[in-house]
Ligand binder design. Structure first.
Ligand SMILES: Nc1ncnc2c1ncn2[C@@H]1O[C@H](COP(=O)(O)OP(=O)(O)O)[C@@H](O)[C@H]1O
Ligand SMILES: [Mg+2]
Length: 276
């Protein structure tokens, strides 16, 4: 089976009007259907600028961005990109539009002119996917940060985009909120959704299929998350990234022959390796 490429950046550069410097420089990147791509990079490396190209909030100043096969510089391409990709942003507060949870999820499909029966079905499914079914009738202001961010994901998936882009979506959440959101992403990924997780938190990429690192607007590394942790200690620092403490411990233990697990050090795996 050949993988279908749903987003393709071809020599994409982007300069903000009047800034006189590249925010993105010569990006070549493909995202395939069903893939979970991680985009890592320090502050100012170009992550949000890249994210905004997925749904044509920005279009390249040089090069071509194809979403669903359409050039985002054209009207058709912009429509297509908005159907193909939804973005969840950093601040959950800014993404809630309605007073009640289920109304908030329905807002997007209502705007698309989806028939009421279908809206009802989509809202139920999106709430279930994000673990918010029991909160359907609750006021949105009463939700925790993690619940609000899951609500933002529910609103996005109710639009049924093939691709979901998360731009530092966990950065304002506490550890349990981050964990809740990661679990929702694992579930969506296992059901075949294309995901792009944009983050500066390296521990969030462990389960991703592939990872690219942005530095100064360019892709400086691409490969498997495990290979990044295993082989790139020195360069991680140069790119402004920190190796997660858990990974550092894992590497130390493997290096000294105490454990021999080859797999990414997700906490449960680490614990079972140490306490068999
Ligand atoms: N609206 C803007 N106008 C001018 N420059 C911007 C704007 N937004 C971001 N930039 C610049 O573009 C570069 C990349 O920014 P951004 O994509 O926000 O990075 P990140 O999301 O990785 O922190 C930075 O140098 C930033 O200062
Ligand atoms: Mg950003």
């Amino acid at each position: 089976m050949t993988e279908r490429v749903i987003v393709s950046f071809e020599n994409v550069s982007y300069t903000y009007p009047g800034s006189g410097k590249f925010a993105l420089k010569d990006i070549n990147l493909e995202v395939s259907e069903g893939e979970w791509l991680a985009v890592l990079g320090a502050n100012g490396s170009g992550k949000s600028t890249l994210a905004r190209h997925f749904n044509a909030l920005l279009v390249p100043t040089q090069g071509v961005c194809l979403v669903g096969g359409s050039d985002t510089r054209t009207d058709d391409g912009q429509r297509r990109a908005r159907e193909m990709a939804a973005i969840v942003f950093q601040n959950p507060e800014n993404q809630i539009v309605a007073a009640i949870v289920e109304e908030d999820v329905a807002f997007g499909p209502e705007n698309l002119g989806v028939p009421p029966e279908e809206i009802k079905r989509r809202v139920e499914r999106a709430l279930k996917e994000t673990g918010l079914t029991d909160l359907a009738g609750k006021p949105t202001y009463a939700l925790s940060g993690g619940q609000k961010q899951r609500l933002a994901v529910a609103g996005a998936i109710a639009m049924q985009p093939p691709c979901l882009v998360l731009d530092e979506a966990t950065s304002m959440l506490d550890p349990s909120g981050r964990q809740e959101l990661q679990q929702v992403l694992w579930r969506l990924h296992s059901e075949g959704m294309t995901l792009v997780s944009i983050t500066h938190r390296m521990e969030e990429i462990l389960r991703c299929d592939r990872c690219v690192v942005l530095n100064g607007g360019s892709i400086v590394w691409e490969g498997l998350p495990l290979a990044l942790f295993r082989d790139e200690d020195r360069r991680l620092g140069q790119w402004g990234l920190e190796i997660p403490p858990l990974v550092a411990v894992w590497k130390g233990l493997v290096g000294s022959g105490i454990i021999s697990c080859e797999v990414p050090p997700v906490l449960e795996e680490m614990v079972s390796a140490l306490c068999p």
